[in-house]
Design a protein around this ligand. Structure first.
Ligand SMILES: *[C@@H]1O[C@H](CO)[C@@H](O)[C@H](O)[C@H]1NC(C)=O
Ligand SMILES: *[C@@H]1O[C@H](CO)[C@@H](O)[C@H](O)[C@H]1NC(C)=O
Ligand SMILES: *[C@@H]1O[C@H](CO)[C@@H](O)[C@H](O)[C@H]1NC(C)=O
Ligand SMILES: [Ca+2]
Ligand SMILES: [Ca+2]
Ligand SMILES: [Zn+2]
Length: 308
């Protein structure tokens, strides 16, 4: 049952040749039937919330004199470092490395109203968790049950090494919060953070991608290899394959309008290639967070990151 509460982004690397790199961003284990059921639930939950008026957003005016008129949705981050030794290779992260990750995340979400603010950092020396936690392992349940903090508005991030060398991360959908609050956090490979050892995948964009799932986004490509929309977002063109490396252009469904979203954070291209969310994806993240996470929406205090 709990397995259903994940988008498990395990390695699919064996299924294809990877000429450009050694990593696979993540893989959604849901099939299209399951995703359509989830989408039906989302549509139904949204309609019910709108009908009952419970979707009304909490808007708080800034109490700071320097507050701007820009709107922010603050997300408190609890960053959990799992390590096996007090070295970068052993998974240890300095306060600066954590803040660099938060800064990168804010930069990547610049086009949205979300602002990520580090609330706390925890450090746990646990060789078993560091090396063996994976999306479908009971160890990840142990880890999260012990470390998860906050509520649906809190982003819990766990950095581990993963047993599969090529896997970079996995994340839950917002809909699953009610079912298992302790499970509501994204898990990423420690070396995918900015400046980490995962060459080609070390600008922090794995976290950006997983947080996209955490805020309700699906992959831009069809995971069954079909030219059929997969992500329920109308401004990402239909795409039948994920992208590797960073091609100059790609059109996997050339009979359908639009080229592949090779620069979209929800594709699998290398970090250097990923630069954008579309307006449709941003609207979906805002709507899903209103519905399932109740993230407050108010004016941005002057000292919050990446205004303007
Ligand atoms: C989708 O996955 C569910 C759960 O694993 C399974 O019961 C169902 O048969 C699958 N459907 C398709 C079309 O593969
Ligand atoms: C380390 O992980 C094991 C396996 O889940 C668990 O039993 C143990 O309590 C953990 N130790 C710490 C210090 O968290
Ligand atoms: C990819 O893996 C090979 C073999 O494990 C290794 O020698 C190489 O350094 C890796 N390349 C990168 C970019 O990490
Ligand atoms: Ca689409
Ligand atoms: Ca096309
Ligand atoms: Zn993914």
């Amino acid at each position: 049952m709990l397995l259903q509460a994940f988008i498990v982004c395990a390695s699919l690397a064996l299924a294809f040749a990877a000429p450009f790199h050694n990593y696979t961003r993540c893989a959604n284990q849901y099939n299209s039937t399951q995703l359509q059921a989830l989408e039906a639930q989302y549509t139904q939950d949204l309609a019910a919330a709108e009908a009952s008026g419970s979707l009304q957003r909490i808007t708080t005016p800034s109490t700071l004199s320097g507050g701007s008129s820009l709107v922010c949705r603050p997300i408190q981050v609890a960053w959990h470092i799992i390590y096996e030794s007090e070295t970068v290779q052993g998974g240890y992260m300095s306060d600066k490395a954590v803040q660099d990750s938060i800064d990168a995340l804010n930069g990547h979400y610049r086009g949205t109203e979300f602002r990520f603010l580090l609330d706390r950092t925890t450090r746990t020396k646990n060789k078993t968790w560091f090396n063996d936690v994976d999306g479908d392992s009971p160890l990840q349940d142990d880890m999260k049950k012990q470390l998860h903090v906050g509520d649906a508005r809190t982003l819990n991030v766990y950095t581990v090494n993963f047993p599969t060398a090529k896997s970079l991360g996995y994340a839950p959908y917002p809909q699953f919060y009610a079912q298992a609050p302790w499970n509501d956090g994204v898990v990423i490979k420690h070396s995918s953070v900015p400046g980490g050892a995962a060459v080609g995948f070390n600008q922090g964009k794995t976290l950006t991608h997983e947080v996209g799932h955490w805020l309700g986004l699906l992959h831009v490509f069809n995971e069954d290899g079909k030219c059929v929309d997969w992500d329920f977002v109308s401004d990402t063109p239909v795409q039948s394959t994920w992208t590797e490396g960073c091609p100059t252009s790609k059109d996997s469904c050339d009979g359908l309008p639009g080229e592949d979203s090779i620069h979209n954070f929800m594709d699998y291209s290398m970090d250097v290639c990923l630069t954008e969310f579309t307006p449709g994806q941003i609207a979906r993240m805002h709507a899903q967070s209103d519905l399932y996470r109740k993230i407050s929406r108010g004016f941005c205090p002057w000292d919050w990151p990446f205004l303007g």
